[in-house]
Design a protein around this ligand. Sequence first.
Ligand code: PHE
Length: 489
Amino acid sequence: MAGALAPGGEGWSSRTAFVLAAIGSAVGLGNLVRFPAEAGANGGGAFVIFYIFCVLLIGLPILLSETLIGRHGQGSAIESMKKVAIESRASSWWSLAAGVGMVGAFLILTYYSVLAGWIVHFIGIFAGDVAHAFASGGLAQGALQDLSVDQVQGLLPALQANSSEMLAMHAIFMALTIFFVGRGVSSGIEKVAVWLMPIFFILLIAITIYGAFTGSFGAALAFLFDFEPARLLDPSVQLSALGQALFSLSLGSALMITYGAYAARDINLAKTSVQIATADTSVAIIAGLAIFPITFAALAPASLTAILDGQEQVQGGLGLLFVNLPVAFQTMPAGSLIGLLFFIMVFFAALTSSVALLEASVSWAIGRFKQPRWLVTILLGGLAFLIGAWASFSFNSQADFQPFDFMIFSGQPVFGIIDELTAKILLPTSALLVAIFVGWIADRRLIDSENGLDGKLHRIWLFLVRWLCPLVISAILLTGLFPGLLGQG
Ligand code: PHE
């Protein structure tokens, strides 16, 4: 069955291609790096529970709203929103919602590619180690046997201090992203997803089973699902969970509108939304169940107990993946091979997301400036590369380069600031506007005829986009950004 004909006559070649591409965009560093890091930093269980709440009651209805706008509008995210607004006799300024999201996606791409470059670097390290292990006594032993624990812990800081290596890896990854986006929707973006996502799922399951047998699975379960009820009410935990849910489902970033525009008319968007959200959330949780057992296995029993009792934090942020995990692989059976497969798996997930992040603005620029896809892709990808390169220097001079020392940004390098700005401000703002637009502004007939829902489910969806999404997102945005509002500043 032929795909839709939007923008520039492009479209997915089948329903499966659409679902895989959307899942590919959703599943990424957000699930494999950001989710475990945020769960670690926000005390595990409470964060996870609130995250699942956000996915079901906010993410899912907005996912349907966004794909719906795109499919009806048949253009870039901004064009599609404008079209739906005009047909609903509303102001075309509503397209600003997509504009905010598109800027968010572009900004995410800038640091996403730097991070993915680190993954490429670690693939190199583990590939070399596999070759080395082969030559000397087989693969059964742990990884990186020639390095001390200190040296393994030093791999990430060494990379961060080596700007030219970081830039080279960032360049390789961005070039790959540009290559596939430049080839277009059905011959580039879709191909990446259709080939890489199945391999990704096989690797994820294999590594999780490995972790369950060789690592501290029980401790990981306790960490991810036990929680203090009081923390559920902590506004900063809530804002982190909401930001993570939107980030992970690629919502509030113009992306699902963009991908929806390439979807054929006869696809039931309610069904595909459920499939996308289920796949993405399962991957986040399964990834937690792969990463934490392995990292916990390498911790001293005392510090593991302290973490589970909530007295000590799991190494948050990027350390989990690039420091704790390699140390764990050092002592685990077949550590080099599993380490290599692990980083390849993360790389696949990152690439199917980075093409999406770039496509959000490329599809707009093609229509806006009437220029060929290749040219637009190279220019926008190049610009994202430059901004990312600039941000990556903040790792070298963290102490004296902090121009944004306020609110949730204080004490962060440029990198963390772009991340917080997008996940905790831009994406929620865009998602909020989309919910208000679909719930209250857009022509009901137009929306209702396309959403693939009937009866009770339709009423539930409408209630969620009209009331729950706007109220909860604005409340979380306000209290999370200005903790003083609740007298907790
Ligand atoms: N959802 C992706 C991830 O989890 C990131 C992303 C955000 C991709 C927005 C596209 C648009 O890594």
